[in-house]
Design a protein around this ligand. Structure first.
Ligand SMILES: [Zn+2]
Length: 322
């Protein structure tokens, strides 16, 4: 299913089966030379079929197409290894490229989840069923690395690269100042809130995310093209809502810790989640995995803000109010 958003700029809705996100948006910019494909879907048959039929409908030839990938998550990057040809340039960012090349990624994440209270007997299932593990890109990818302020000129469009770390360490948005369009990836979504999660002790993604929201707030944007769900235009209002949302979440975590010191898994089990399951115990393992990641991101943010402290008890990390 393709939709023309602006002249020569189209959206293909790529389905994500059995995934709460439902679909990912791929944006196609047609040009006389090479066309540009922004984000691709997961590396699985359903996504490939949707992309292939959408590109055929738009008369876009993969041998004359380049790619821009907003961030490392499998539903944006996964299929690029199948779609790219020998002549394709794949534009990407360095921090997320480093994640693809990092060794023992899943082992490190699962042992970190474990010391944060994730049940040992569910760890393997969490990793095995993770979309990044199952539907990520295959084989070696050569990227053309973009940085803040770099420009992609395509047809009548001139996109400026804006680094927006938070959702992932290297997340990158594109801004077209003449058309005032903002390709937001998963930095700013309208009907759902981007997942901010952490599976290591080194970063503070929520702090980075909030800084990245402030960074783009001043831009003159009349249309946002997000990675999921519909395009929208209340750019500044949505940024304020997202900032408020995370403040509320942080306050919720603080009120949970008023009951006493707890590990991140225990905190996650008491946070409110916008899902179809009535009790935490009914959450499928992948949902618990995303939940603990989000809880850890908020705990880390509160810890660095000096509001809570961490300590090790019985080889697990626990948090308590200061
Ligand atoms: Zn994402």
């Amino acid at each position: 299913m393709t939709e023309e958003i602006l002249p020569n700029l189209y959206k293909i809705e790529v389905p994500l089966p059995h995934n709460p996100l439902r679909a990912v948006n791929s944006y196609i910019i047609k040009a006389d030379g090479k066309s540009l494909i922004i984000d691709t879907g997961m590396n699985r048959g359903e996504c490939l079929r949707a992309m292939s039929s959408g590109l055929k409908e738009l008369d876009v030839d993969l041998s004359r197409a380049d790619f821009f990938i907003t961030h490392v998550h499998a539903n944006h990057l996964g299929l690029v290894s199948t779609l790219a040809t020998d002549t394709s340039t794949i534009y990407f960012n360095q921090p997320d490229a480093d994640i693809i090349n990092s060794k023992n990624l899943w082992e490190k994440a699962s042992s970190f989840a474990y010391i944060n209270g994730f049940p040992e007997n569910e760890l393997q299932r969490a990793v095995q069923s993770h979309p990044g593990h199952k539907y990520g890109s295959k084989g070696h990818l050569d990227f053309y690395i973009l940085k803040e302020g770099d420009v992609i000129s395509i047809g009548d469009y001139l996109f400026k690269c804006i680094e927006t770390p938070g959702h992932t360490p290297g997340h990158m948005c594109l801004y077209e100042p003449n058309q005032k369009i903002f390709i937001s990836g998963d930095h700013i979504l309208n009907d759902i809130t981007p997942n901010i999660s952490l599976f290591s002790s080194e970063e503070n993604p929520l702090k980075e995310y909030l800084t990245s929201l402030d960074k783009v707030y001043h831009l003159d944007v009349r249309l946002v093209l997000p990675g999921h769900r519909g395009v929208f235009n209340n750019f500044k209002e949505r940024i304020q809502q997202l900032k408020y949302h995370h403040q509320e979440r942080a306050n919720e975590v603080l009120s949970i810790l008023e009951k006493g010191s707890q590990n991140a898994f225990q905190v996650a089990s008491q946070m409110s989640w916008d899902v179809d399951y009535e009790f935490w115990e009914l959450f499928p393992v992948p949902q618990k995995w995303f939940a603990i990641g989000e809880a850890i991101a908020h705990l880390k943010y509160l810890e660095e803000a000096g509001k809570i402290r961490r300590e090790i008890q019985k080889q697990k990390i626990v948090f308590s109010l200061k």
